[in-house]
Design a protein around this ligand. Structure first.
Ligand code: PRP
Ligand code: MN
Ligand code: MG
Length: 179
């Protein structure tokens, strides 16, 4: 049985879209010389963000996915990151951008970056839509961040709570009303 909760809007779909336009412009400058940029989405949370981001990128782009999971259905990180699905293509010598929905403890992105940098890409950068610095346990920051947020459990725009709410078009925070 599930404890009932409500979701309060925190970042609107419009605000997210405007921020993604800016981020895409900055990424375009950083990779202006690229032959082709491999944009790597971390499943499942980043599927909405990567879809919107790549459509704003005015660069030759290839899209690939890697599935990492640490939370399962829990509200707390397990701190054990498992790679459930690896990239389809080799990235040695290539330009790579890792797309993440949120950096919380930092374990997921840390683990993924360690793995991908061992494959010796030409340039490896990261972008996270959300950053929750209050919860960081591994010192690390994405090269680009959409929004810094306070220590709230957020859902929507790809992010789930026990696999629900990924389809909300905005970022909201989970609230448990008093019984
Ligand atoms: C969530 C989120 C990030 C990660 C961030 O993924 O999408 O990938 O946790 O947390 P961390 O910085 O504490 O590691 P989750 O493991 O829930 O898998 P999902 O993307 O499939 O929901
Ligand atoms: Mn994730
Ligand atoms: Mg999750």
């Amino acid at each position: 049985t599930e404890r009932p909760y409500v979701v309060d809007e925190m970042i609107s779909a419009k605000t997210i879209a405007a921020r993604i336009e800016d981020l895409a412009r900055e990424i375009g400058r950083e990779y202006a010389d690229t032959e082709k940029l491999v944009v790597v989405g971390l499943l499942r949370g980043s599927f909405v963000f990567i879809a919107d981001l790549v459509r704003e990128l005015d660069l030759p782009v290839e899209v690939d996915f890697l599935e990492a999971s640490s939370y399962g259905d829990a509200m707390q990180s397990s701190r054990e990151v498992r790679i459930l699905k690896d990239l389809r293509s080799p990235i040695e010598g290539r330009d790579v951008l890792v797309v993440e929905d949120i950096v919380d403890t930092g374990f997921t992105l840390h683990h993924v970056l360690k793995l991908l940098s061992s494959r010796e890409p030409r340039k490896l950068r990261t972008i996270a839509l959300l950053d929750k610095p209050a919860r960081r346990e591994v010192a690390l920051k994405a090269d680009w961040t959409g929004f810094e947020i306070p220590d709230e459990f957020v859902v929507g725009y790809g992010i789930d709570f026990a696999q629900r709410n990924r389809n909300l078009p905005f970022i909201g925070k989970v609230r448990f009303p008093e019984a």
